[in-house]
Write a protein that binds this ligand. Sequence first.
Ligand SMILES: *Cc1c(COP(=O)(O)O)cnc(C)c1O
Length: 484
Amino acid sequence: MTTRIPETGLDRDSVFAALERARDKDLAWRKGRAYAYVYDGGKEIEEVGKHAYMAFLTENGLDPTVFPSLLQFENDLAAMARAHLGGDESVVGNFTSGGTESIMLAVKAARDHFRATHPEGGGKPELVLPITAHAAFFKAAHYLDVVAVPVEVDPQTFRADPARMEAAITERTMMLVASASSYAHGVVDPVREIAGLAAARGLLCHVDGCIGGFLLPYFRRLGAKVPDFDFRVPGVTSMSMDFHKYALCPKGASIVLYRDKALRRHQIYACSSWTGYTMVNNTIQSSKSGGPMAAAWAVLQFVGDAGYLKIAKELLDTQRALVAGIRAIPGLRLLGDPEMTLVAFTSDELSVFQLCDAMKKRGWYIQPQLAYGASPANVHLSIQPGNVPWTDALLRDLRACVEELRGRPQPDVAPMAQALVAQIEGDPSGQALSAIVAMTRGQGDGPTPDEMADTNHLLDALPRPLQERLLVEYVNEMFVPSTR
Ligand SMILES: *Cc1c(COP(=O)(O)O)cnc(C)c1O
């Protein structure tokens, strides 16, 4: 089965058994020892999400006049998000498939707002953003023909630097970006200053609350120091917030919010110049399952404010214990002072990539992040409710791995990196690049996910544009139709 549509259909049991077998090698997140990818609110929340998802799986969000249930859920979610993020009654929003789509739409709205207010042209609009802003903004700029203007951040705090952002503003700037919080370091940018800069010049300002927007208001209520970051800050014109992260909803759930309808208008696309049905889409998707939206609605109703506050308390306690524990391990160095449940640390004495591999062998999944700008290569933890019971065990193993790895020689990748650069740059046809990728993939399945340190060291040593080309080639080789 698999390479052809089976001649006759299989029975349900064999289909489901095959599905289960297929996940053998998947990330074993259920144990709670993965600090990435999955936000596990536990069995009860999972079941509520699944039930609601399945109940609305087949309903189509294409046309809210035909499925008013979905319109209701979407407007309810917008109302809850708006209240959560300090928006007044003029704030509007739309449910999207994820942070990337929310950001893509906010950038599209900004671009079309720029075009509408610059009828004389004015060149390509520019998006000024700290290098810690999520890659989705760079992707949005790439897709939408907007110029991304990345700005270096404070090298100690990893927060956006308003003075540097101000210096990057030109007459073509359309929007400034701030994160609350950033993914990589879990710190909240100085939103008040950045939004102030934007407002003073009549520019837009997007605050990316994809990962922090839902949790940070709870942290503030729990007494944590959380700087102002939402619609209460004058000058913030749009925000994104993911339900499928810390609101613990099934994936495919985020929201983009605008200060008012006048700005949101630029997000919406209508087309009646074709022979089919009149199309008007508020988001990128057109036909879309009602499942994610119904699930998000149901999970928020089920957990409730008190439920989220309780989960937030556990997460905040865990974050504090982990931060303190990491600071106490000689050889590790925390990056910045995270407000969120996202923690990054590095080491001046050992390879953080080897550390990830060593932890993997002990049953942990922690995420390596390559060096960029002021941020050195580091290890990132996204703390989620499933991790709460594991803090002491994680710290024990981290300490043990650090002892094990300290002083171990790190691979000298510079000669190989230089050779690669020379080979690839000497061959504009791109054949050398494909050959290199095919070769690495040809060795078995390439490096096993358990031993990624050498690959990460090599990647880290390459110039960024080359790194990106290699990654594209790699994925281009990865997605090839099955032959088994
Ligand atoms: C996760 C994340 C995004 C992108 O969201 P996806 O849901 O993965 O598309 C954007 N910004 C931040 C800060 C994030 O953490």
